[in-house]
Design a protein around this ligand. Structure first.
Ligand code: GUN
Length: 276
């Protein structure tokens, strides 16, 4: 069994990007927009800004209070959409209650959509003509690539069908010729389906939901969850201590997929700046 060191892979990717970014005629610019004061979102945003500095991307941080209006947010996004020095716009999700996420996100032009969440970017993925792909699933694909994990013909099971992780993850696996099942809260026989998975990716946000008896011997187990356990300690969707005995590869939380998401945001921002 190998514990995948996402932190180390992400550091390698950031170092590679730093060299490429140095060769660009102009430094890439990323606007990071945070609405409200959710502590987890604040940490994610801080880590994204830190990564920008490391690879040579100029970050512009915008923090709006919970009390701002939908229009305030949309006005800011309109302004950033026009700004020449901004190549990517990251609107940290989820937005506080009362905001219309879909309308806000539609203000981000597709060429600045470094999250890969726009209808056009998602549509391109469906067509297997990938443009900008969502950072977390893209980071998982990089893990497969850099660990030499073959996908073709494998049974891949994705837990979760969100537009941000589950769906794009399933499409990437399908495009890589895996046989893909997508499971969700209404799925029947979940355990049996999971036990058939050569590749199991969980993105459901339930602490330690995936137990050892749901995992096939030798499976590759990827944990996208970031949760708190009963003692308030950070944990994933996978019951790591028990599942690791059965898996051939497994990602830890923290230090697995999380750092990869940020590395891929840097990559998407670099590509957005290069395309100018
Ligand atoms: N919230 C949690 N993950 C993400 C992400 O990848 N992008 C954005 N914009 N918000 C998030």
């Amino acid at each position: 069994m190998k514990i995948i060191d996402g932190k180390a892979i992400a550091a390698t990717i950031r170092a590679e990007l730093k060299e490429k970014i140095e060769k660009l005629p102009e430094k890439p610019g990323l606007a990071v927009v945070l609405v409200g004061s959710d502590p987890a979102s604040q940490i994610y945003v801080r880590n994204k800004i830190k990564a920008c500095a490391e690879v040579g991307i100029l970050s512009y941080s915008y923090e709006l209070p919970d009390s701002c209006s939908q229009k305030d947010l949309e006005d800011l996004l309109d302004e950033l959409a026009k700004a020449k020095n901004i190549h990517g716009i990251l609107l940290q999700l989820p937005l506080p209650k009362g905001f219309d996420e879909e309308v806000a996100m539609s203000k981000i032009p597709t060429e600045k959509d470094v999250d890969g969440f726009s209808a056009e970017n998602l549509g391109k993925l469906v067509l297997h003509e990938e443009k900008t792909v969502a950072c977390t699933p893209l980071g998982v694909m990089q893990i497969f690539k850099r660990e030499g994990i073959e996908l073709e013909g494998k049974n891949a099971v994705v837990l979760g069908r969100s537009n941000t992780v589950g769906k794009p993850m399933a499409l990437l696996l399908l495009n890589a010729n895996a046989t893909v099942s997508v499971c969700h809260s209404k799925t029947r026989n979940l355990k049996e389906i999971c036990r058939n998975a050569d590749i199991l990716v969980s993105a459901i946000g339930k602490p330690k939901f995936v137990k050892a008896d749901m995992v096939k011997d030798g499976a590759v187990v990827i944990d996208v969850g970031i949760n708190r356990d009963e003692n308030g300690k950070l944990c994933g969707d996978i019951d790591f201590e028990n599942v690791k005995e059965k898996a051939s590869y497994i990602t830890p939380v923290p230090g697995g997929v999380g750092p990869m998401t940020i590395a891929m945001l840097m990559y998407n921002t670099y590509v957005a700046a290069r395309k100018e």
